[in-house]
Design a binder for this molecule. Structure first.
Ligand code: F3S
Length: 774
């Protein structure tokens, strides 16, 4: 029971280009249908190929072996960016000199808002502290026609679900939880800024075609079990690496029992198992949600499309579509789960949790319970939590742990305020934080007296629980659970409490036991709009707007293009550092306090490789120059940059694992890094290096790693020809020490024709800028 609303005036511009997609689907089918049936994800993804027939035929053995093999060149429909990552994306976009973005785009100011005392106090303080960055993003949005959601408007993924996601859409987002939009039938993929720029300038965006992991949902959730428990249980089964290289497609009779926002929660946390993205098919839960969010015409169109004959059907998988792997979850028997600490795949059903707490000697009390965030702040989540608070309040109980609520958007906040849900939380002592990430991304000023370094537990309905993520304290154990479970546990303040079976004593000495929570998927009176100041700007480019970047700023700096590759091989490179062991993107570009310099390449480059271990000495971040003097790695790199000395890094396996953080490629390039020579690379980082004009090479003989030392001189042989031949050719390194040749190191590379072009031009951005000016 919900209020159907009129379409928003901008709904046409937010409708996926169905006519084009259906035409592309026909081409895809003409290539692939003779060989096999298609999954839903394949249909939507391949219908977004730039020139589908050419890509599928040339890439993949007549279309037979696409998954896990083909490099897809895709044209996404839309881009969404959050404030921290948008800075570098926009700076790179500006270098291309275009008057507006080629596809609709939006910026959401959510990551830089602190959560402490409540929205009224925290929001103005955070806006003042980050004014320069917000002004930059706002002025760039006006100039290039990007919809700008100001601080306080909401968290990127919630705003995207409420406004932009739609069945059949393909979107890139500069945030790893972008797949949240898959809950509404979109293919939405988290990327770095340079990838977002591809879409913003209308260049094809490359993706290795993912394998498809089918998750069959059967049965129906009941009682305490919630959509969050589906993904918490799945993460336990798959582990944090189980989804790598896969796109997760949900199917089965259980799908139609889920609400749209519940499906979004499930897709959101697909990021926790390493999946490229997750998607649900168009289903009955989508129609009321689209209608309630002023997009009834999209619901009507999608219903029509999903009723089309199978051959032309973009929104349903073909019968007989095969998945590379299938997992089945019976929601009827699903128990609430709690995942953590420190990793989202350590999953324990609530019935066993107290036992595990004792076994592992985890803290038996906890002091903070936090609900909401981009993962879990839907109307259903909040009204189910409200039901529990009402039950407890009626029994005279107050939460024993501090209780924080983060609404995901102004729309949901205003609706919950109107419907008295927020006042129910507040009268129980709950603190409503700003509509922003806050404690989920470390922007939490904790006031419950827990000192840094002290082991302690918190419960959240968020999605990640890596050490130090919430409060900067590596000893804080963040246990992930549904908002219902977090709320109920807050009344016990005990990690061994099971609200399904246990009771709490009330102040009058009686025994109180919760009954299973009840809520409502959508508000009966429709969604409230809330503060009109939080609505986004109109997406009309205004070329006269000056984009504000102060030349004296320490937060933002315009980018100078990287110089093109010399017209010869590289000679006289020097080994800056020989890294021992693991070297993640965090090792190369640390996060934490450095995040505030994301828009200032020279300043953030001061953290380059500071986590890397010196293979010769075992020291971390201690580099030695030719004369034996030592300094930090970035200090030596800076000195060499100033002296015009280009360099390379020598490293071991899986260099650049961890994330798509493009700063880990940009910074070495900025400081004069030309080559990374490793035993192997993490795939995304290897691509990022090539995009920034750094050449990733791997050893043919891993034993050659042992032959090389810091400060060795290195010349490349065959690299220039390889680049000119579109990536075809072999590269050898001539290594000299004290003027004498000590080794010839054979290397391998994975440069494609396009990537060879990036390196020759100096960077992918230089190629895009050149094309844009033609
Ligand atoms: Fe923000 Fe945390 Fe979501 S950082 S986007 S609320 S995962």
């Amino acid at each position: 029971n919900f209020a159907t609303t009129q379409d928003a005036p901008n709904v046409a511009s937010r409708t996926p280009p169905y006519t084009k997609l259906l035409k592309n689907l026909a081409t895809v089918r003409s290539v692939l249908a003779p060989t096999r049936a298609l999954t839903l994800a394949e249909k939507i993804l391949y219908s977004h190929l730039d020139s589908p027939a050419e890509s599928l035929l040339t890439n993949t053995d007549n279309g037979k072996s696409i998954r896990g093999a083909a490099n897809l060149k895709l044209k996404p429909d839309r881009v969404a960016m959050q404030d921290a990552s948008a800075q570098m994306a926009i700076l790179q976009f500006m270098s291309c000199g275009l008057p507006s973005t080629a596809v609709p785009a939006s910026i959401h100011c959510d990551h830089m808002i602190v959560g402490e005392k409540g929205a009224d106090v925290d929001l103005p303080a955070s806006i003042a502290g980050n004014k320069e960055v917000f002004d930059f993003l706002e002025s760039a949005s006006r100039r290039y026609g990007i919809e700008f959601w100001p601080p306080g408007a909401g968290i990127i993924h919630q705003s995207v679900l409420e406004n932009y996601s739609a069945p059949g859409l393909m979107m890139l987002g500069t945030d790893s939880h972008t797949p949240n939009a898959g809950g509404l039938g979109a293919i939405a993929i988290g990327v770095g800024g340079a990838d977002a720029v591809d879409a913003l300038v209308d260049a094809p965006w490359e993706l290795k075609a993912p394998k498809i992991l089918g998750v069959e949902l059967v049965g129906e959730l009941s009682g305490w079990a919630s959509p969050k428990d589906v993904i918490l249980a799945l993460a336990g089964q798959l582990t944090v690496r189980g989804g790598t290289g896969f796109l997760i497609e949900y199917f089965g009779s259980g799908v139609d029992t889920l609400s749209c926002t519940g499906m979004a929660t499930i897709c959101n946390m697909g990021a926790e198992v390493g999946a490229t993205t997750s998607i649900f098919p168009f289903s009955s839960g989508h129609i009321p949600y689209l209608q309630a969010t002023h997009r009834g015409s999209i619901a009507t169109k999608a219903a029509e499309l999903s009723g089309m004959p199978e051959k032309q059907n973009l929104l349903r998988p073909d019968s007989g579509a095969e998945y590379d792997q299938v997992v089945t979850i019976d929601m009827s028997t699903l128990e609430p789960h709690i995942n953590g600490p420190f990793t989202p795949d350590f999953s324990t059903p609530i019935s066993r949790f107290s036992e595990v707490v004792k076994e592992k000697e985890w803290p038996e009390t906890f002091s903070s319970a936090l609900i909401g965030s981009c993962t879990n702040s839907s109307y259903a989540d909040m009204t189910r939590a409200e039901d529990l608070v009402k039950q407890a309040s009626a029994a005279g109980l107050k939460p024993k742990a501090d209780f924080f609520i983060t609404p995901g958007s102004e729309q949901i906040r205003a609706t919950l305020e109107r419907d008295s849900t927020l006042s129910t939380f507040e009268s129980a002592g709950g603190v409503v934080l700003a509509n922003a990430c806050g404690p989920c991304i470390g922007q939490w000023k904790r006031t419950d007296g827990v000192e840094k370094g002290t082991s302690n537990a918190i419960f959240t309905s968020y999605n990640r629980n890596f050490p130090a993520r919430n409060d900067g304290n590596r000893e804080t154990m963040n246990f992930l659970a549904s908002p219902e479970l977090v709320t109920a546990l807050s009344y016990a303040g005990s990690t061994t409490f099971n609200p399904l079976t246990d009771s709490i004593s009330t102040p009058s000495g009686e025994s109180f036991k919760f009954t299973p929570p009840k809520g409502q998927d959508l508000p009966s009176a429709g969604f409230a709009t809330g503060n009109p100041d939080f609505l986004p700007s109109a997406p009309t480019p205004t070329p006269s707007v000056e984009v504000k970047v102060s030349p004296t700023s320490d937060r933002l700096a315009l980018l100078d293009p990287f110089a093109p590759f010399p017209e010869s091989d590289l000679s006289g490179l020097k080994v800056l550092y020989k890294v021992k062991g693991q070297c993640t993107t965090d090792t190369i570009s640390a996060a934490g306090p450095w995040l505030k310099y994301k828009g200032h390449l020279p300043n953030i480059s001061e953290n380059t490789l500071i986590g890397a271990v010196n293979a010769a000495t075992g020291e971390t971040n201690v580099a030695y120059d030719n004369d034996g003097s030592s300094s930090s790695i970035p200090a030596l790199a800076k000195r060499w940059k100033e002296a015009g000395q280009d360099w390379l890094v020598v490293a071991e396996h899986n260099y650049g694992e961890g994330s798509a953080r493009e700063h880990a490629a940009l910074q070495p390039r900025y400081l004069g890094g030309r080559v990374i020579l490793a035993k192997s690379f993490a795939r995304i980082h290897e691509t990022n290096l090539k995009k920034q004009g750094v050449v990733p090479l791997t050893f043919v003989n891993e034993a050659d790693y042992d032959k090389m030392l810091a400060c060795d001189d290195v010349d490349t042989q065959g690299l220039y020809d390889t680049l000119r031949n579109g990536g075809k050719g072999e590269v050898e390194l001539v290594v000299r020490r004290d003027g004498k040749e000590i080794a010839r190191v054979k290397t391998k590379h994975t440069l494609s024709k396009d990537q060879a072009g990036f390196v020759l031009a100096g960077s992918a951005l230089n190629v895009l800028a050149r094309k844009a000016s033609e």
